[in-house]
Ligand binder design. Structure first.
Ligand code: ZN
Length: 120
């Protein structure tokens, strides 16, 4: 069985960043800077987010899960589904999962949470 541990929420940082943008302290280009790889991953491996983009208001906002880990080799730094993550963790390797929100319209992106998946 795979369990998720050490969840760290990044929602506070997200809100704080958006507030700075709303106040004009940072420019839109600074927060809407998703790289090509992230945009592609969001399109093909992401799932629809249950809310609109906080920057441009588009309703195509997506959530994608990136995995990282020293024991993952070339799989580290790739986008994966829940099932794939469970399968990898079930082999005994520790998987850090970063849930990232990405807007395909304006390239807004932000880490929502980080969690560690481990087999028990
Ligand atoms: Zn957007």
């Amino acid at each position: 069985m795979v369990v998720y541990r050490n969840e760290v929420s990044h929602l506070w940082q997200r809100q704080s960043l958006l507030r700075k943008w709303q106040k004009g302290e940072i420019r839109r280009e600074e927060i809407c800077d998703a790289e090509f790889l992230l945009m592609t991953a969001a399109k093909y491996h992401g799932t629809p987010a249950p809310r609109v983009c906080p920057v441009c208001g588009a309703d195509g906002l997506r959530v994608v899960q990136w995995i990282h880990g020293e024991q993952l080799g070339r799989m580290s730094g790739t986008a994966r589904s829940d099932q794939e993550i469970a399968k990898i963790a079930a082999t005994g390797r520790e998987v850090t999962v970063h849930t990232v929100e990405v807007c395909p319209e304006c390239r807004w992106n932000h880490l929502l949470k980080a969690v560690t998946a481990v087999a028990e």
